[in-house]
Design a protein around this ligand. Structure first.
Ligand code: GLY
Length: 366
């Protein structure tokens, strides 16, 4: 088992990674049981993994109660938050209890937020079941629901007490979702780790084909990078954690243009967004052109979109910038952008001219 610590003072916790961990989770979770029952929150596409987890808990002598919500982004909403908190209260959950979030980013974000407000703050454990959740959203304590005004606008920083990652659960993940999650893996190389980007170039295809060693290495490396960054800037105040949003401002515009639908998954938007951030950096003379071409080539090689055309976007630059202005990353009227001086050299630039962004996007192939 690989154990990655997240060092946050009295909110510190461990990320444990091991193939087959779900079937052993009962033994690990048993010491966390406080009340009579452990609540597991999951979605209706994950009955198979739920059965494995509940069998493991039962074998460890832990009674569990499952709350099964509909799969999909619309579950990250006020109505489902209300239903979920009501059910948790009916189960008699106390502050010292640990609520288990078994699922992808939607379940992790919703359950984390519910845990942050229930009885003014309960413990929760993340058991992420998608590659995206395993390498990004389950770690670092960002929790949220969507509201009428936009995605993730209502939420809290609330760290889990433990993260259990079983790479084997990815065997049942649709290939398109695995690829989308892989964009967040590549992101760590592009932020500040050129050697890891080279590893991705050499091993990304094997990882996506299900190679267990490649998968485990990439997950462990990614969460270690995220843990390091979150430990330095838990609440995204110094600009360090903001680096994790590489590709997200461009990507947000593309996702908004496609109505946050299955036309473009979040990770696909991030992939195209990272390619655009590098291409814009190259156009501005900040980054060697060969680096931006190398990023796009790797994304293409694994079947991820490398720009507007591959993402199926025909909107004008002005319209895409309008979408960016509705993103929550606006700061005192300006939009900070993550740009790059090269692969592994991402930095936050608060002086980007939005007219230049619109003109750059207009010039991109459609
Ligand atoms: N996914 C970005 C962050 O956790 O800060």
């Amino acid at each position: 088992m690989t154990v990655v610590p997240v060092s946050l003072g009295d909110r510190s916790y461990e990320i444990r990674i091991e193939a087959g961990l779900l079937a052993k989770a009962g033994e690990i979770l048993r010491p966390l049981l406080r009340g009579r029952t452990m609540a597991i929150v999951t979605d209706d596409h994950l009955e198979f993994h739920l059965a494995t987890l509940q069998a493991s808990l039962e074998a460890a002598g832990v009674a569990s109660e499952a709350i099964v919500l509909p799969a999909g982004e619309s579950t990250k909403s006020w109505p489902h938050l209300e239903t979920l908190t009501d059910k948790l209260l009916q189960l008699g959950i106390e502050r010292s209890d640990h609520i288990i979030a078994l699922g992808g980013g939607v379940i992790g974000d919703l359950v984390g937020f519910a845990a942050s407000i229930l009885k003014r703050g309960c413990n929760f454990v993340q058991i992420p079941t998608t590659l995206l959740a395993q390498v990004d959203s389950s770690v670092g304590g960002k929790t949220a629901i969507n509201s009428r005004a936009g995605k993730n606008l209502v939420g809290a920083f609330h760290q889990p007490a433990l993260v259990l990652i079983d790479p084997q659960v990815l065997d049942t993940l649709p290939p398109r979702e695995a690829r989308a999650g892989y964009a967040e893996v590549v992101k760590y190389g592009l932020i500040d780790d050129f050697a890891f980007f080279e590893w991705c170039e050499a091993n990304g295809a094997a990882l996506l084909a299900g190679d267990p060693a490649a998968r485990e290495y990439a997950i462990a490396h990614s969460v270690a990078a995220k843990a390091r960054i979150v430990a330095q800037d838990e609440r995204e105040t110094t600009g360090k954690r903001a680096l994790l949003n590489l590709g997200h401002t461009f990507g947000h515009a593309l996702e908004a243009e496609t109505g946050f639908s299955d036309k473009l998954l979040h990770g696909e938007g991030v992939a195209a967004g990272m390619a655009l951030a590098f291409a814009f950096s190259a156009e501005q003379g900040l980054c060697p052109r060969q680096d931006s071409e190398r990023v796009a080539a790797h994304l293409r090689a694994v079947g991820l979109p490398d720009g507007l055309k591959a993402a199926g976007i025909t909107a004008s630059g002005g319209r895409l910038v309008e979408h960016m202005l509705h993103d929550k990353k606006m700061e005192a009227g300006t939009l900070p952008f993550l740009l790059a001086r090269g692969i592994g050299q991402t930095y936050l630039d608060k002086t980007v001219n939005l007219g230049n962004i619109a003109a750059f996007l207009d010039a991109q192939p459609r």
